[in-house]
Structures are given as structure tokens and as C-alpha cells.
Ligand binder design. Structure first.
Ligand SMILES: C[S@@+](CC[C@H](N)C(=O)[O-])C[C@H]1O[C@@H](n2cnc3c(N)ncnc32)[C@H](O)[C@@H]1O
Length: 366
């Protein structure tokens, strides 16, 4: 845990508020709608375009609970603060946004956001699994917790960080530059079997064995130190007809390395139950995933919570007594509209799932 930034700005909005009447009230309303639109588009202009933003806000605001004035919301993947800014605006002066990210750039963004919103903002720079465990120890109770998984546009676009197969840069891919293992270390040190396993498991790469073999062959001659050296090795290992069949030939291997470097799936497996445990009754957990490895985990986690009796079907009466502790907000994952994908092609694979916490009959509310 490197930094905790705890900022309180009580009544910042309330001080500027004034009663107006008649036409002036209309003008005021029009102005505030225009300001709101400007702020919402500032969240998407020039910086990062938050994906499925209106769908996430809708999921976080069911009839009761969720992100509303006075509530506590946890943004587990703050990034550029695109979603956080929109959520913070719904929390009012008495609400609290707890923002988590392991990337130091996110901390700078959190400081900027602090001056733009009325609610309290607390930033924790850490892996979200560790940060949520800390919040649980502190006894924090939340009304909303959400994840926007994977890397941010800022990380992808910062060439020198080595996340992208489109630019030549040192192989790195660490979201937190303090993490012990970089993509270069993995490519240099893991044996062929382990490399192939990671490429297959985390990238769902059909040519994992051939790519691992090629990496090992090349690194015996000279270290693979940059993104384009790795792209070259991957492309050479994939049979020519398959090379561009499913998008860029290095896409799946880069995803696999990024997941391995940042231990993304283990973080998610630890974080989901922690985030759920922090929610009050009627609180909402939501997650935006970008590939099936993440989405499957979120789907299974929420479905398990929404399931009641788990007795074998042959039992005539329930013996387990298990009650559902979640209500799924929608049976299926939400996907972006074609309009959103046209505006922001990076949103194409995004899927949103959410559930609201119920208190099982006889169970205790937090
Ligand atoms: C897709 S971006 C989030 C973008 C953000 N919702 C926005 O609108 O600007 C994902 C962010 O989560 C962070 N992240 C990913 N895995 C993490 C983890 N295990 N712990 C903490 N932060 C993580 C990344 O550093 C990145 O900044």
C-alpha cells in the first residue's frame, strides 16, 4: 500500500447554491444541464472515454441503495477517473468516493478530481484486492462498488510503458511500476512450458506452444527486450494463413503477458468476495469486463450469490436452507450500443454485469 489520500471538501457545492425564481430558474436549470453535459463530455474528451458509462450509472442507481446523495461508492479501478467523476456527481456533499488504483498516474488524476466534485474523495494506491481487504479491516460499509477491468487508455497510449503491440518500446506492462515482474522478465526467464501455459490460459492463444518455442529459440541468441521484437517472434511462430485471422497476431499474447505481469485474474478472484462483503443491504456491485476470462468470473460470482437452494434435485424438500443474497440486475451482460462502439472502438468487447445485495431471510443486514 503506497499512498492513501484522504480529502474532505464539505459543502463546496452548497456554498455556491442560490434560490432563483421564474425565468431565472429556467436559465439556471438550462445552465446546469449545459454544465453537466460539458462535465460529462470532459470525462470523455481528450482523456479517457469511460465505457458503458450511462449503463453503469443506471445499474448503480436502482430504486433503493447504490450511488445516491450521501452514499459511499468504491471505484476499484479509478484509472483516468472517467466513471468516478460521473459517480461522484451523484454522491453530493455528504457522500464519499473511495478510489483505488495501482497506477501512480491515477493518483494524480484523483487529486484533479478532488477539486471538481463536492463529495469526499479518498484515494488508495494499491492492488484492489489489498485495498478492499484494508477497507474491510477498517469496517467500511459501501452502497456501491464497481470495477472497470483491464488497462486504461492512458496506459495503452503511453508508448514507453510497453502495453501496446503498435509501438516499439521496452517490454514492461506493469500497471504499478513497483511490481517485481515485468513482461521482459517473463519473456526472458519463464521456461517454454510455463510460457505456453500462460499464453494459452490468459490469452486463449491457439498457437501458444509454437509462440513459446519461438521465444525460447530467439532469446537464446539475443534478449527480447522490446515490444516489436516480441511482435516479430509471435508473427514468425503463427502460420501465415492464421496470422491476421483474428485481428493483430500479437493481440492475444500481449493480453496474456499483461494478465500475468499484473496477476489480474487472481486479483479479481480475491476482490469480488471482498467488495461484496463491504456492501450494505441494497448496495450494488457492478463490473465491466473486456474478455471472457474476466466476464466468466464475474458472471459465476454473481450467479452464485443469486442462487437459492443448492440441494440435489432428487431431494423432495430443501435441506440446505440457502437463500439468495443477490438479485441480478438483468439476466444478461449489457454490451455497448453500436453508436458507442462507433464513437469509441475500444468499447467493442465491453460487458457489464451487476447485482444488488439482498438480505436473506433470517440473515443479518450490515
Ligand atoms: C479500464 S481502466 C479504468 C478506467 C476508469 N474507469 C475511467 O473511467 O477512467 C482500469 C484501471 O484499473 C487499474 N487496475 C487494473 N487492475 C488493477 C488491480 N488489480 N488493482 C488496482 N488497480 C488496477 C489500472 O491501473 C487502470 O488504471
Amino acid at each position: 500500500m503506497s499512498t492513501t489520500l484522504n480529502i474532505r471538501r464539505p459543502f463546496a457545492r452548497a456554498r455556491g447554491a442560490r434560490r432563483v425564481s421564474g425565468e431565472r430558474a429556467d436559465i439556471g436549470e438550462r445552465r446546469s444541464a449545459r454544465d453537466r453535459a460539458r462535465r460529462e463530455s470532459a470525462a470523455s474528451d481528450g482523456r479517457h472515454t469511460p465505457v458503458l458509462a450511462s449503463e453503469l450509472l443506471h445499474a448503480l442507481a436502482p430504486a433503493r441503495g447504490g450511488a445516491r446523495p450521501g452514499s459511499v461508492a468504491i471505484d476499484c479501478t479509478f484509472g483516468d477517473g472517467g466513471h468516478a467523476r460521473l459517480v461522484a456527481e451523484r454522491l453530493g456533499t455528504s457522500g464519499t468516493l473511495i478510489a483505488i488504483d495501482r497506477d501512480p498516474h491515477a493518483e494524480t488524476r484523483a487529486r484533479e478530481l478532488e477539486s471538481e466534485v463536492a463529495c469526499s474523495v479518498r484515494f488508495i494506491r494499491s492492488g484492489y484486492a489489498e485495498a478492499l481487504a484494508l477497507l474491510a479491516e477498517e469496517g467500511i460499509e459501501a452502497d456501491a462498488a464497481y470495477f472497470d477491468l483491464g488497462m486504461s487508455s492512458a496506459q495503452l497510449d503511453a508508448r514507453e510503458r510497453g502495453f501496446s503491440y503498435s509501438y516499439d518500446a521496452p517490454l514492461d506492462m506493469r500497471m504499478d511500476p513497483g511490481l517485481p515482474l515485468s513482461a521482459r522478465d517473463i519473456v526472458a526467464e519463464w521456461d517454454e512450458r510455463r510460457l505456453a501455459h500462460a499464453l494459452r490460459e490468459y490469452g486463449e492463444e491457439r498457437h501458444a506452444s509454437a509462440i513459446a518455442r519461438e521465444i525460447v529459440r530467439r532469446r537464446a541468441r539475443a534478449p527480447i527486450a522490446t515490444t516489436l521484437e516480441l511482435v516479430d517472434a509471435i508473427a514468425a511462430a503463427i502460420p501465415a494463413p492464421a496470422r491476421f485471422a483474428g485481428g493483430h497476431p500479437a493481440k492475444r499474447s500481449f493480453q496474456a503477458l499483461r494478465i500475468a505481469v499484473n496477476d489480474e485474474l487472481a486479483q479479481l478472484d480475491r476482490a469480488l468476495p471482498l467488495a461484496w462483503s463491504l456492501l450494505r443491504r441494497d448496495g450494488v456491485l457492478a463490473a465491466i469486463s473486456f474478455h471472457s476470462l474476466e466476464d466468466r468470473r464475474v458472471k459465476r460470482f454473481l450467479a452464485d450469490r443469486a442462487r437459492g437452494c443448492i440441494c440435489p434435485p432428487e431431494l423432495p424438500v430443501c435441506a440446505c436452507g440457502k437463500e439468495p443474497e443477490a438479485e441480478l440486475l438483468g439476466r444478461r451482460a449489457l454490451a455497448p450500443t453500436t453508436d458507442e462502439v462507433e464513437r469509441n472502438p475500444r468499447a467493442a468487447s465491453a460487458r457489464l454485469r451487476a447485482a444488488q445485495k439482498l438480505v436473506p431471510a433470517g440473515g443479518a443486514a450490515r
